[in-house]
Ligand binder design. Structure first.
Ligand SMILES: [Zn+2]
Length: 247
């Protein structure tokens, strides 16, 4: 590899290869990083289904409590009615008797109204139970879906991690073929920009699109020197120079 480090064209080849490996590594890393985020977003939908179920259960509880109140009211009215019926036997005058009959009639009507409300409340309760059942079904569905998604996501994650390990190995290999001083430049620029080696197209750095000086352009064309962009410090190369056979 020492001979590679001495040959500027080989150095540039290796730098281009390193740039490519680092780009692929960044892609693989962002896929790895995305998995927990995507899973968290997915788990939100089953959390939503859970809280909807809880809201339905609370509603049903309210319906049941209301039914209980109506039933207690009915029981009160029934005992008042039987008391009034008992009073009927001890009526002393005709007037008292007809007043009691009228009162009993009124109480019966009121009791009938409460019974109707109880029947209505039973219907409301049935609807509430239906809501809870639907919410339970939606939650089960959301959990099922999440589980399937999680299995897929975890297996994809394993794939990305494998790819990352492969790229790490390749990266070590490429770096060993590059002069340590050149690597220092590369690493510093990579840290600043997220890439460190770019093409020069015509007179332009493809990293920052500033124009090269004629001198830098000539040095690049000679293929014998490491040239960095004066504006962004990225290492520059010309594909046409790399492809040309060594002179
Ligand atoms: Zn530049």
């Amino acid at each position: 590899m020492a001979s590679d480090a001495d040959d500027p064209r080989q150095q540039t080849f290796q730098l281009v290869a390193l740039g490519e490996v680092d780009r692929q590594r960044a892609d693989a890393q962002s896929l790895v990083d995305a998995v927990p985020r995507v899973l968290a977003a997915r788990s939100r939908s089953s959390k939503d289904a859970q809280s909807q179920l809880e809201a339905c259960q609370d509603k049903l509880k309210g319906f049941k409590a209301h039914l209980k109140t109506l039933e207690l009211d009915l029981a009160d009215r029934e005992s008042a009615l039987s008391k009034a019926n008992g009073n009927l036997l001890s009526a002393k005058t005709n007037q008292e008797y007809s007043l009691l009959v009228a009162e009993i009639g009124r109480k019966r009507e009121e009791k009938g109204a409460v019974e109707e409300r109880i029947l209505e409340q039973f219907e409301v309760l049935k609807q509430g139970e239906e809501l809870v059942r639907n919410a339970q079904a939606r939650l089960a569905e959301a959990l099922e879906e999440y589980k399937a998604f999680e299995v897929r996501a975890r297996s994809e994650l394993a794939g990305h991690q494998q790819e990352l390990a492969r790229l790490d190995e390749r990266r070590d290999q490429v770096r060993r073929a590059i002069d340590p001083e050149v690597l220092k430049i590369y690493d510093r620029v990579y840290k600043a920009h997220g890439d460190a080696i770019v093409r020069a197209e015509g007179n332009t750095c493809q990293g920052c699109f500033s124009t090269l000086t004629p001198n830098d352009r000539n040095r690049l064309l000679s293929g014998r020197q490491l040239v960095v962009c004066r504006a962004c410090q990225r290492i520059l190369y010309m594909p046409e120079v790399l492809q040309a056979s060594p002179s």
